[in-house]
Design a protein around this ligand. Structure first.
Ligand SMILES: [Zn+2]
Length: 445
């Protein structure tokens, strides 16, 4: 049984897919005006791991994540550089795809862009106006929040409280300070023609339109994103979906927590932004994924020297045991049979299926590693048992997106290894050190 914490109901629920055996999942993608930082990488890794967990549970996943390629920040950057908006968005979409690949994040089945969906977005807004859920004011179009009975249901806020907060930046064109922009008349930057004005859409409509279009459905299983998107973005997505389709858009709303760097919120003004490409280059994809998944996805993730060092130690424990096992198998001229120990894997998957409880899944991995070490050190190594534990651990790591290359020894490698052991036995430590250095160079010890 898979359990998910649903932000819409604030409870842990059993996951029941709309179509048995399948999962439809949409995750809000980035606004492409800059390189991805570790805060952008977290949802990429978290929802990729959800996808891998579902697949390991024999479910077929359809995963869509968009690119917001129309936005004030993109326009600002385009003007600064004297280029078109598409030059900026193309550059950063490429950067995102590169970082996704280097983090072993599977490409979504589709990554639609706002600019490719403009006709659908405009007709969606027209429809909302026609139905009375939106109104035009001086070329702008606003969503009429008062028409939605349970507005605030996702973010658990009362409309009256929200109005108090929204009054501060009240726009006189709006009927109600909570009404949000669907279409904005603009003079600056890229614009499209609509019957309202020459302008561009607000941010909250694209995901609703893309979900309906890509999944060809009014309701999907899972909608994900960072906690910072819960309000207003996701609340407003639900409002629009309730208006036109009387649906909450998704049955399960999942939100990942935020990241702090050295105990502080990551921000440009603090100068502590950690770029995904830099951290991957420095530590490698295995460690970055391990680090990100070391905290439960709903908890805040602390990035500092201690958490990095701890992740390094944990991962090394597993890597070293695996490497020793690969070498042992090679030296004894055995081979790995591709059959896993189902019991070991099940204890890992059980934790993963419990709302992606990665800290508990890590514990299952450490238990399996302990067993691997014990099997490896037995007087008589049972290679079938050893092989099954190896395959189980590799499969667990694969769900986490961590990959360790198997070691294949050449005849020369084996000879070096034999000589190293012999020199050790003869207490010729000087020679042993030379062989050991060579073996380290070859990545064998
Ligand atoms: Zn969205």
């Amino acid at each position: 049984m898979i359990k998910l914490y649903n932000s819409l109901t604030n409870t842990l629920e059993e996951f029941k897919p709309i179509t048995p055996g399948e999962v439809s999942m949409y995750v809000c993608g980035p606004t492409v005006y800059n390189y991805p930082h570790i805060g952008n990488a977290r949802p990429m890794i978290v929802f990729d791991t959800f996808k891998k967990m579902f697949e390991a549970s024999d479910l077929k996943v359809k995963y869509i994540s968009n690119y917001t390629d129309v936005d004030d920040k993109i326009i600002k950057k385009a003007i600064e550089e004297g280029v078109s908006e598409s030059v900026i968005s193309e550059r950063f979409i490429e950067a995102y795809n590169k970082d996704r690949a280097s983090l072993r994040v599977d490409m979504p089945h589709k990554a639609p862009r706002v600019t490719e969906n403009m006709d659908s977005i405009i007709s969606f807004i027209e429809n909302l106006v026609q139905e009375g859920y939106a109104y035009e004011a001086d070329g702008d179009v606003y969503f009429r929040v008062s028409k939605i009975d349970n507005y605030g249901q996702l973010s658990n806020q009362k409309v009256d409280d929200l109005i108090v907060g929204a009054r501060i930046d009240q726009n006189i064109k709006k009927e109600n300070p909570l009404d949000f922009t669907l279409w904005k008349r603009t003079e600056e930057g890229i614009k499209w023609n609509s019957k309202f004005s020459l302008g561009r859409p607000g941010w909250h409509t694209e995901c609703v339109v893309m979900i309906q279009k890509e999944f060809n459905a009014d309701l999907i299983d899972i909608h994900g994103g960072g906690l910072d998107l819960k309000f207003p973005h996701h609340e407003n997505e639900i409002a629009q979906s309730c208006a036109c389709k009387n649906s909450n858009l998704a049955n399960y709303w999942l939100h990942n927590g935020m990241i702090n760097v050295d105990g502080m919120k990551m921000s440009k003004s603090l100068g502590n932004v950690v770029w995904a490409k830099d951290i991957v280059e420095k530590f490698g994809p295995n460690l970055v994924r391990w680090l990100v998944l070391s905290s439960h996805y709903r908890s805040p993730l602390s990035l500092n020297d201690d958490t990095i060092e701890n992740a390094q130690k944990e991962l090394e424990k597993i890597t070293n045991s695996l490497k020793q096992s690969y070498v042992k198998i090679e030296l004894s001229n055995n081979h790995i049979k591709e059959v896993r120990n189902e019991e070991l894997f099940a204890s890992f998957l059980f934790a993963m299926q419990d709302d992606l409880n990665t800290p508990n899944a890590f514990k299952a991995l450490f238990e399996a590693t302990k067993l691997l070490n014990a099997t490896l050190r037995a007087r008589e190594v049972d290679f079938d048992v050893l092989s099954a534990i190896i395959v189980s651990i590799e499969d667990m790591l694969a769900v986490l997106g961590v990959h360790i290359d198997r070691i294949i020894l050449s005849e020369e490698d084996k000879e070096f290894h034999l000589k190293w052991k012999q020199t050790l036995k003869n207490k010729d430590f000087a020679s042993a050190d030379v062989f050991r250095a060579e073996l380290i160079e070859r990545g064998i010890v």
